[in-house]
Each structure stands twice: as C-alpha cells, then as structure tokens.
Design a protein around this ligand. Sequence first.
Ligand code: SAM
Ligand code: SF4
Ligand code: SF4
Length: 338
Amino acid sequence: MEKTIIKDKLTRPLRDLRISVIDRCNFRCQYCMPADQFGPDFEFLPRSALLTYEEIVRVANIFVQLGVEKIRLTGGEPLLRRDLPTLVEKLAQIDGLADLALTTNGVLLPKLAWELKKAGLQRVNISLDSLDDKLFGKINGRGVAIGPVLAGIEAAKQAGLRIKINMVVKKGLNESEIIPMAKYCKANGLELRYIEFMDVGSTNGWKMDDVVTKRQIYELLEQHFELEPVTPAYYGEVAKLYRYKDQNINVGFITSVSESFCSSCTRARLSANGQIFTCLFNGNGHDIRNFMRNGATDEQLSERISTIWNGRDDRYSDERTAGINNDRKKIEMSYIGG
Ligand code: SAM
Ligand code: SF4
Ligand code: SF4
C-alpha cells in the first residue's frame, strides 16, 4: 500500500495510534481513576457517544495510509468493551499495519486471550504495580488481589501473545515492590517497564515529589543485578532499555518526567468518543466522530487528520523539564487512553 508520510510542525512523522475503546474501568487505580473522583455517580460516556467498530476501523485505515505502523488498543479497560476480538480481527487485516497491541489490567485475559490472539493481536502490555495482595488491592482501589492478574499473564502466555509488564512507581506507595517485581519478571521471562508517575489529568493529585525517577530505580536495580544498555530498535522507541547480563531479558523505563522524549514522539491518540489528541497532555481534542456521522468522505477525513497532524507542536514534557509554564486544560488518562 502507498503511504503518505505526513510530518508535524517539529518534523515528527505520524507512526503510532493509540485507540481508547472505552472510558470505563473495573479498577480505580489511585494514580489514574481515584475512587473518590470516579464514584458511583460518575458519568461515563453513553454508548451512543462511543465510536462504533466500523467507525474505528475506518479511521484506523486512514491513519495507516498516513504513516501509522503501530496501533495499540487501550482505555479505560479495553477488555470491558463488548466483542473486542471482532474489532481486533478487523484491525489486523489493515494492509500496511505492522504491529497491533493492547494495554490491559489483565483481569479479563483468562476469558479473552485466546480469542484475541486468534483474531490477530500480537502483543499485550499488562499492568501490575505490586506483588503484594494488600498493597495491590489498595493501589487498584477495588481490593483486587494479584491472583487474577497473574492468571491473565499466564493466559496471555498460553495463547502465544508477546507480553510486557507495566509498573507505575509512585513514591511512598510501591517503591518496595521495585526489586520483587524485577525478580518476578526476570524469573518468568517477562520484560518489565517501570513507568514514572505522570501528571496526566487533574484528579490524581500529582506532585513532582511523588515521582520516583528512572535514575533512582536504576540505582536500586544495580545493587541486585548487572545490566547493560540496549540500543533503541527504532526511531521513536519510548522506553530506555537495558538487558540483564546473565539472561537475555530486557527491563525498561518510561521516563516521561525525568528524561522527556517529545522530540521523537510520533503518537496520535483517538478517544473512545472520536476525538483526536496530539499529546497526552493537550486537552484540546479534534472531533472526527461527528464529522464522519455528518457524511465526510474518506478524502475529507484524511485531509482533516493531515491538517491536525501538520499543525501539531506539542512538547509538554520537554517544556516541563525546561521549567516553562505550560499550564493548560488537561485530560484524564482513562479517557484519552494511556
Ligand atoms: N486499563 C489498562 C491498564 O491499566 O493497563 C489500560 C489503560 S491505562 C490508562 C494504560 C497505562 O497507563 C497503564 O499501564 C497504567 O498503569 C498507566 N497509567 C495510568 N495513569 C498513570 C499515571 N498517572 N502515570 C503513569 N502511568 C499511568
Ligand atoms: Fe483502569 Fe488502567 Fe486506569 Fe487502572 S490504569 S484505573 S486499570 S484504566
Ligand atoms: Fe508526546 Fe506529548 Fe508526551 Fe511529549 S508530552 S512525549 S509530545 S505525548
């Protein structure tokens, strides 16, 4: 398929698309959807507001024609969206798409992993912030123990999906789990990614003091393991990767706060209700759902998406690092998709 390469104002190409398929979740992780803010009365998007699978596939096709090679499904909790394997199957057939992945809390994987793999899903990132039942239950805000997530990891393994584990580290909360998680992942042949606690949205009470930086985590790891750096596999690789010297397994860091990577950020995000966001921290979404529902042709859609990308100049994390005041309307991670 002929691809058109489009670039933004900072000459960054469009390469990745994150699609949030739902804004609801069965967890209330305190760094993402704190239970006191996302209570029983919280108004989630009505079903009619969500993009249909046909609409998602149509938009995804156009994104791929404009240079996207990787698509990741996320949420909220994407496995809560009914018949997700049907969507995966349609996305997997898009000509020119090289990589189809999913981020999940893992709890529903025992039910769905096999079907997702059969539908064409290649990879899953499973979030797990602790191996301690009590602490994990506190973090996920629902008292869910680790058993269901471990069962999800096992199911993904059995189904033949490639797996990475995401661990958000927050000071005073789960630093004690940094080493146990490394040992668990290493022993089970799993690539672990430590994610710095980020200032997404406005409900998680983020403070710089709560961030455990890559450097701090790395120094701790070095006391237990011998590591060597791994050269990035491609332009725009977000994780800083290392390998255990005694075992061919990587461990990575998402350094959104301490070492920003905006200069090579090639990601667009599509929210569950059909808004395009050009940065995790830019709350100004661009509607394409109503545009489509009002009869836009594929050419018009393509033009609209190109215009949005061409006008992109976001570099929020770089600005935060440089101390530039970039206060602006923010958007919740559960809505935009992490
Ligand atoms: N529910 C799925 C899950 O938890 O994997 C997918 C959506 S979740 C928003 C995607 C990723 O974002 C998860 O790995 C989660 O840990 C991470 N995340 C959420 N809030 C975050 C924050 N404030 N800082 C850093 N990572 C965060
Ligand atoms: Fe749900 Fe994922 Fe957010 Fe946790 S991080 S509340 S599992 S969307
Ligand atoms: Fe990309 Fe925005 Fe994150 Fe920078 S702050 S890496 S532009 S999503």
